[in-house]
Design a protein around this ligand. Structure first.
Ligand code: FES
Ligand code: FES
Length: 196
């Protein structure tokens, strides 16, 4: 190998790590046992070893957000995350977010608002949006844009992406409202029955 050779580390074992490090990853709720070169990124482990190709490799250097997945509910760039650091963390990829019959509300909103063109950035956009909603960062279009700014869309679908996230945030708010309303009505019923 020449000095200029910058080929990616092998996904299997390097001579220095004869059999690779044993690692257990919990991906989309399933425990997966692998042996990996410790230099392998989470992105390559997901795509090349586990066949989860929904997570996309764009820049492979932390600049585009295409590789975004959730680790314990927080968004991470899987191209900058070593797989060995993810042991005992819950990894969620786009494959684990919803199923064909029951899409996640953010997935439904992206379809309803036509929030993609080529679709390459979409898995990362959707996972980032799911985390953004959990972070409570959908208060305004400007806030959505700011907290989605790590996810680049080369097709320029930004207006529709923002609209989809705003709609998903509204739907989540209405659901919360309905749950709160039901809880309130239940509490009032209990108080009535108790004669309070
Ligand atoms: Fe990870 Fe671009 S592929 S940020
Ligand atoms: Fe093509 Fe975003 S939809 S890059």
């Amino acid at each position: 190998m020449g000095r200029g050779d910058r080929s990616a580390p092998s996904l299997e074992c390097s001579p220095a790590v004869p059999r690779g490090l044993p690692i257990r990853l919990r991906v989309n709720g399933a425990l997966r046992e692998l042996r990996l070169d410790p230099r392998v990124t989470l992105l390559d482990a997901l795509r090349e070893r586990l066949g989860l190709t929904g997570t996309k490799k764009g820049c492979d250097q932390g600049a585009c957000g295409a590789c975004t997945v959730l680790a314990d509910g927080k968004r991470v760039l899987s191209c900058l995350t070593l797989a060995v650091t993810c042991e005992n963390r819950d990894i969620t990829t786009i494959e684990g977010l919803g199923s064909e019959g029951t899409l996640h509300p953010v997935q439904r909103a992206f379809i309803a608002y036509d929030a993609f063109q080529c679709g390459f950035c979409t898995p990362g956009q959707i996972l980032s949006a799911v985390a953004l909603l959990a972070e409570g960062r959908a208060g305004s279009d400007a806030e959505i844009r700011e907290f989605m700014s790590g996810n680049i869309c080369r097709c320029g679908a930004y207006p529709n992406i923002v609209a989809a996230i705003r709609a998903a945030a509204g739907a989540a708010g209405e659901a919360d409202h309905a749950v709160a309303g039901e809880a309130g009505r239940a509490a009032a019923g209990q108080a009535d029955r108790a004669g309070v």
